[in-house]
Structure formats: structure tokens, C-alpha cells
Design a protein. Structure first.
Length: 167
């Protein structure tokens, strides 16, 4: 015990100064950077905007053809592409939802404005579901279903290609 007290305060007695020599240097933490200031994505915004417009056009064409499953496919492709582009989900998921809504609302509204059969079928479908008997309610429900399909596809695409934990 007394040997311990004699070593106390003497240079090199505990080897604390040798931490740097052993490879344990005092590493300073990285400075805090808020999330909104970080650049997550790899591609320019114009590439993403062109992809969203292409998604709207693809959904509009397939909705006019009656392919009801394409919002899921477009959402899946967006989720897979986001593995490379690395947009945060808080930005990418609303963009996919707007793409699906625009892709399905445009041909439905176009058909109604030109007097096609959707204008007559939408109130009947809305009434069968317990919604008000308006064409807008049936169209809103159809657009909502397409948004849910696109979100599920996006979720699956992100689940198949997870990002690393450190990013």
C-alpha cells in the first residue's frame, strides 16, 4: 500500500501517457451536422424529377389500359432505385404517393370530362362502399388505393435493398 503512495504523482508511474503509443489516441467526435444540411442523395434533383414525371406518364398510360396493379410496380421500382439514389424515406415516400395519385387521377378525370363510362360507374361504386353518391368520392377512393399500392411497393423495394446502418 505504501508503494502505491510513493508512485503517486511520479512521471510514467501509471502509463497513462502511453495511450497514444498503444494506438489509443484521443479521438475527437465529429462535429454535429443537422439532418437537413446533409446531402443524402447521389443523383441530381433533375434526374429524380424526370423519373417522377416518367412514373406519372407510365401510371396514366397503364391506368387508361386498366392495369390496376402498376402503382405497386412503380412503387417497387422507386424503392429499388432509392437504394442507389439514397433519398431519405421522408422525402421519397411522399414523392411516390404524389406520383401514384397523379398517375391515376389524370386519366380518370380525363375520361369523366369526355363523358366516358367512369363518370357513371364512380357514383355507383362509391354508394356500394357506403360513401356519398358522388363521382368524386369514387375517384378519390380509387386514387387512395393507388397511393396505398405505391407505398406498399416502395416499402418492399426498400426492404429488399436496405441501406447500411451507418448512413
Amino acid at each position: 500500500m505504501t508503494a502505491e503512495f510513493r508512485r503517486l504523482g511520479k512521471r510514467g508511474s501509471y502509463g497513462l501517457g502511453e495511450l497514444r503509443a498503444r494506438g489509443i489516441a484521443d479521438q475527437r467526435p465529429a462535429p454535429f451536422q443537422p439532418r437537413f444540411a446533409r446531402r443524402y442523395h447521389r443523383w441530381p434533383v433533375t434526374v429524380w424529377l424526370l423519373a417522377l414525371v416518367a412514373g406519372v406518364l407510365l401510371l396514366a398510360a397503364t391506368a387508361a389500359a386498366g392495369w390496376w396493379f402498376t402503382p405497386f410496380v412503380v412503387g417497387l421500382l422507386a424503392g429499388l432505385a432509392n437504394h442507389v439514389g439514397r433519398w431519405p424515406t421522408a422525402v421519397a415516400l411522399p414523392a411516390v404517393a404524389v406520383t401514384a395519385a397523379g398517375g391515376w387521377a389524370a386519366p380518370l378525370c380525363w375520361a369523366i370530362l369526355h363523358g366516358q363510362r367512369y363518370g357513371a360507374a364512380a357514383p355507383a361504386a362509391a354508394a356500394l362502399l357506403g360513401l356519398p353518391r358522388y363521382a368524386a368520392a369514387g375517384i378519390a377512393l380509387t386514387v387512395l388505393v393507388s397511393v396505398v399500392q405505391a407505398a406498399a411497393g416502395y416499402w418492399l423495394g426498400r426492404a429488399l435493398t436496405p441501406l447500411p446502418v451507418d448512413e
